[in-house]
Write a protein that binds this ligand. Structure first.
Ligand SMILES: Cc1cc2nc3c(=O)[nH]c(=O)nc-3n(C[C@H](O)[C@H](O)[C@H](O)COP(=O)(O)OP(=O)(O)OC[C@H]3O[C@@H](n4cnc5c(N)ncnc54)[C@H](O)[C@@H]3O)c2cc1C
Length: 483
């Protein structure tokens, strides 16, 4: 599918000019009908409009649209359908890399869908598709409530939730997608729909963890939980102690209740003035955790880890908004390499392998490699859950690095691949899409039954494959016997 001439920057030959002018007329008409706006490749603002949060994503869509209302989204769908342009919904662009260049698509940036309502009585939130987790947590905290945010306050609620949603309270309350109560969407044939357990139940199932392939989500409603404070923070040791600390963390994690969600991590802090001076340029092994507990309970919970005498200890009672700083995720757009996969288990041999491949002495260029403890509430697949009903794995790995140039990106990519290959004996059967910034077969993410159902939902709601997602669900499942 090639972009029409009026959407490209190439100069237009005389015989084509009248067609070009007609197309420009269509774009003018679209702009007049929208409350929001559209930036085309020919406009001065395109260079900025095309950028995702992850600056490593080289997005080159001929059009970038900023809808402000549901009616705008309906208009955009109808415009794109009539011109065989793919529709690419995007909140922040944290998950943009797998989308590629989008040269045949219209990027639908939802950042102006700003609705944010907290209903403290019903303990629920309603957010527009442009709202980020930091905004939700700040609004919910005023009522002593919290949503199931991940580590970064910058991440969009919708994209995170469509891909599962693994946060700091995950072992108690599960994946964020399974706390969703309703979606407002616009379908690929331009119909606004309310989607919940009673309305469009198959689509409701698919959207809860099955990704953004089916419809454009305009708003989301989800449960909030009564959390005023948590005992949370990080313990830092010099990375040379990784072979002692990570096994101690693993043994500790095996015994903690579901109120504790923790991460074991290797961190190579850049030599940057943006970093706190005491961390700058140093390598650490860390344990980060959030405990739904009082201070006394938290101190008791952490005792076995503190026996290892950390160099830095940041644990304290925090409001849920404080969790946004705990993992030290980057704020603002950066060129990033992100990858991750699930491990069925983490026996001592797996930890040895992890430390040998990414720890001191490995000359690892990876800024951060982490192991998130799963299980408990994440392992419970209730019948009412969505497509990602649970995570059937003991641990999730995630690796993150800033990659300002191609050489660095190649070095980081190679090292991450080596680490993954080394840990292959312990890799779980399925992967977790939110942590994997690359293309996947659907079968790597979901069971055969779930794959089949997701493809059926895609065929029902978007048979023409108008909507392009970071982790796409195909209209039809490839037959195993196909060449
Ligand atoms: C620094 C950092 C920290 C992270 N921490 C966590 C974490 O703790 N836990 C976790 O689970 N994940 C985490 N992630 C991964 C993150 O959840 C995914 O990248 C997620 O896809 C980001 O959602 P977004 O809306 O911000 O990004 P986007 O790139 O805007 O969206 C990702 C995809 O979601 C779909 N989508 C978005 N909006 C819509 C819409 N309105 N309608 C239809 N489809 C839509 C599209 O397919 C889109 O390509 C982290 C990522 C980064 C970079």
């Amino acid at each position: 599918m090639l972009p029409p001439d009026y959407l490209t920057q190439r100069s237009i030959a005389a015989p084509e000019r009248s067609q070009h002018e007609r197309h420009l007329g269509h774009l003018r008409g679209l702009r007049e009908r929208l409350a929001g706006s559209v930036v085309s490749k020919a406009d001065a603002g395109w260079g900025r409009a095309r950028l995702a949060w992850n600056l490593a994503a080289d997005q080159r869509p001929p059009l970038v649209a900023y809808p402000e209302t549901i009616v705008d989204v309906v208009e955009l769908v109808s415009f794109a359908r009539a011109r065989a342009l793919r529709l690419v919904p995007q909140g922040t662009g944290h998950g943009a890399v797998p989308l590629g260049a989008i040269e045949d698509g219209m990027l639908v940036t939802t950042s102006r869908l700003r609705e944010l309502v907290i209903d403290p009585g019903q303990r629920r939130a309603r957010v527009g598709a442009g709202v980020t987790w930091g905004e939700v947590q700040a609004a919910a905290a005023r009522h002593g409530l919290a949503g199931l945010a991940g580590t970064s306050p910058d991440v969009g609620v919708v994209g995170y939730t469509l891909g599962g949603g693994l946060g700091w309270m995950a072992r108690r309350y599960g994946l964020a997608c399974n706390s969703v109560l309703a979606f407002d969407v616009v379908t690929a044939d331009g119909r606004p729909l309310r989607v919940d357990h009673e309305h469009e139940p198959d689509l409701f199932w698919a959207l809860r963890g099955g990704g953004g392939s089916f419809v454009i989500v305009t708003a989301l409603e989800f449960a909030l939980y009564p959390v005023r404070e948590l005992y949370a923070g990080a313990l830092f040791w010099p990375q040379e102690r990784a072979a002692e600390i990570l096994p101690a963390w693993q043994a500790w994690a095996a015994g903690v209740p579901d109120s504790v969600t923790s991460v074991g991590r290797l961190l190579n802090v850049p030599q940057s003035s943006e970093m706190p001076e005491r961390l700058r340029g140093r390598s650490f092994v860390l344990v980060e955790a959030a405990c739904l507990a009082t201070e006394d309970e938290g101190v008791e919970l952490l005792r076995a880890l503190r026996d290892h005498e950390p160099e830095i200890d940041t644990f304290a009672m925090l409001p849920p908004t404080g969790l946004g700083d705990l993992h030290m995720d980057p704020v603002g757009p950066v060129p990033a390499f992100i990858d991750g996969w699930l491990l069925a288990d983490l026996p001592p041999a797996a930890i040895d392998t992890f430390v040998a491949a990414a720890g001191p002495g490995s000359r690892s260029p990876l800024l951060s490699v982490e192991l998130r403890h799963l299980g408990a509430g994440l392992a419970d697949a209730a019948p009412e859950h969505g497509a990602m009903a649970s995570l059937d794995a003991g641990f999730a790995t995630a690796t993150y690095s800033v990659v300002p140039d191609t050489d660095k990106a190649m070095a980081v990519g190679r090292h991450a691949a080596t680490l993954r290959a080394a840990l292959a004996p312990w890799e779980a059967e399925r992967n977790y899409p939110n942590f994997a910034e690359r293309s996947f077969d659907l079968a790597d993410l979901f069971s055969p039954e779930a794959c089949e159902r997701l493809c059926r939902v895609k065929a029902q709601y978007d048979p023409g494959n108008l909507i392009q997602a970071s982790h796409p669900v195909p209209v039809a499942q490839p037959s195993p016997s196909a060449p």
